[in-house]
Design a protein around this ligand. Structure first.
Ligand code: GAF
Length: 383
């Protein structure tokens, strides 16, 4: 279905109109977890799982959205205010709401959607859906936003319409990713640097098959705990509105005033920022041993200090350790389930995937999906 011709025929058959077709990828985060909303650093890559959107204008004032994945069509009145209903259509509808709030008049349109980003697996299927819809709708009304602005608007869909308190990482990488590169993003000013992924390194994504949504309570709780620690530091020395501005020395000085869990969450975020910047430097130098060491330390911190992992993800990381070709492994994304990212020497990748899958199935009785992915370009028009 990544073939736009098949997608075009599907839209044409349903809506009797030729669509403009857009694509937006999911993502995997190599390092920098729960640092984005602390205005820190992240280093994700867009992957070759993506969502496609076909759009054509309508003259009846309706917004008709069809999801091929859900085999479901939803019809809305373009003139009526959009309301969220905890349904997949919240994401495209939220795009309309945010654009309307920005002063754009959105006419009726038909939108077809299809994607292969695994849902609820921490690979940002919702960000891909927001970004592809934003690109499709803005292009239909003749508006062109720079990638970082488009990403911010999509983050607002999530924060203000869907009601998930996420940071900017997922929408940013889906909109701005680059083939064969990870992207070191400064979530404070959205400046970024592309970090080449060596051609002999594969991104092996292992799905624990444990689903988790960032709209759930754990993400919110962890965020609140880390922000509480930040408030204590800020009350002492000021100028620390976000953990991005805090240091490990701050924790030594004022950690005793924090709730024990807050202290641990903050230690993860502060140290993760340091690791993320260091990891980009190591990648630039081609020092893959250092990349692997930083990923291992990042997983330990995510699991033990942030308590953002789960038994299955910890096992998936542990089971990978002695498989030939592994450079580094860690849980990726919002946490509490989802996928691990394994950087693996390309020549070993197929055998690595098979061994890891077999070991995980033997331990948990669940066959995990394991994907050998490549870093891809961000959202763009296909035709
Ligand atoms: C989810 C969120 F959407 C991101 O903003 C980020 O906070 C991530 O979890 C954790 O790093 O993917």
């Amino acid at each position: 279905m990544h073939d736009p011709a098949v997608f075009r025929s599907m839209h044409l058959a349903r809506f009797n109109a030729a669509p403009a077709i857009f694509v937006a990828p999911g993502r995997v985060n190599l390092i920098g977890e729960h640092t984005d909303y602390a205005e820190g650093f992240v280093m994700p890559a867009a992957i070759d799982f993506a969502t496609l959107a076909g759009i054509s204008p309508r003259s009846d004032g309706k917004i008709v959205i069809y999801s091929e994945n859900y085999a479901e069509e939803k019809v809305f009145d373009a003139a009526a205010p959009a309301v969220a209903s905890k349904h997949w259509s919240d994401y495209p509808l939220g795009v309309v709401a945010i654009l309307t709030g920005e002063g754009h008049k959105i006419p009726g349109f038909s939108l077809s959607l299809w994607g292969d980003v695994p849902l609820g697996s921490g690979l940002s299927s919702s960000a891909a859906l927001e970004v592809v819809t934003m690109l499709a709708v803005t292009s239909m009304i003749g508006v062109s936003y720079p990638g970082p602005v488009l990403a911010r608007l999509c983050q607002r869909v999530e924060n203000e319409f869907v009601g998930a308190n996420c940071g900017i990482m997922d929408q940013f990488i889906s909109a701005n990713g680059a083939k064969d590169h990870a992207l070191l993003l400064d979530c404070r000013d959205l400046s970024f640097k592309l970090a080449p992924i060596p051609p002999n390194v594969a991104l092996v994504i292992a799905n624990t098959m444990v689903k988790h949504s960032i709209a759930g309570g754990d993400y919110r709780t962890r965020r609140a705990e880390s922000e509480a620690a930040c408030a204590i530091i800020n009350s002492h020395r000021g100028g620390v509105p976000f953990l991005r501005d805090a240091t490990l020395e701050d924790l030594e000085k004022w950690g005793h005033e924090m709730e024990p869990k807050s202290l641990l969450r903050a230690r993860h975020v502060i140290s993760e920022n340091l690791r993320t910047v260091a990891c980009e430097k190591a990648l630039e130098k081609g020092d893959m041993a250092e990349v692997g060491r930083l990923m291992a330390e990042a997983h330990r911190s995510y699991s033990q200090d942030f308590e953002g992992s789960c038994v299955e993800a910890d096992a998936m990381v542990a089971l990978a350790q002695d498989i030939p070709g592994l450079i580094g492994a860690r849980l990726t994304g919002g946490g509490f389930g989802g996928c691990t990212i394994n950087l693996v020497e390309q020549s070993h990748a197929p055998a690595f995937a098979e061994t890891l899958g077999g070991r995980y199935a033997a331990q948990f009785g669940i066959v995990p999906q394991i994907h050998i992915c490549h870093a891809s370009d961000g959202a763009h028009r296909l035709e």
